[in-house]
Design a protein. Structure first.
Length: 150
């Protein structure tokens, strides 16, 4: 299953990046996740591992992610944060920040998720696809509010 959501944010790329990579406080904008904990020795960059509890559609699981893409915003260069899901649901997520001509920052977030349990999991995930999209859109709205509030 692939879910892509996007928004334009009136904040600096660095402000957005700081919110994206403030691991313990991600629950402020990612409401389906709680109990964030950095479980690796390093706290930033590729190789960082973060554990969290994720609850969507009444199903909760402990998820671990490993950062595998780390390109912070420098000047007008695009930024990229890539993660690999290591928990019950496998897959990857990519968040990209690019400058728009109107001065805002475009944030594109794509999640490619592989369901557990074979065919039953695939059917279940397909049923939940609209809920995942709604959840990620809500997350981006909350992130936008936090970033623009400064």
């Amino acid at each position: 299953m692939v879910v892509t959501v996007s928004t334009a944010i009136s904040a600096t790329p660095q402000r957005i990046w700081d919110l994206l990579t403030d691991w313990e406080n991600q629950g402020e904008w990612m409401r389906e996740a709680t109990d964030f904990e950095v479980v690796s020795a390093q706290r930033s960059g590729a190789g960082t591992i973060v554990a969290t509890t994720v609850r969507i559609g009444g199903i909760a699981t402990r998820d671990r992610i490993r950062v595998d893409g780390w390109q912070p915003p420098i000047g007008s260069n695009p930024a990229h944060l890539g993660i690999v899901h290591l928990g019950w649901v496998k897959g990857r997520g990519d968040i990209r920040l690019t400058n728009q001509s109107d001065g805002r920052i475009r944030l594109d977030w794509t999640e490619r998720l592989q369901p557990p349990l074979g065919l039953p999991g695939a059917l279940g995930m397909r049923l939940f696809a609209p809920l995942f999209a709604r959840t990620f859109r809500r997350d981006l709205t909350l992130l936008q509010t936090l970033a623009e509030r400064g």
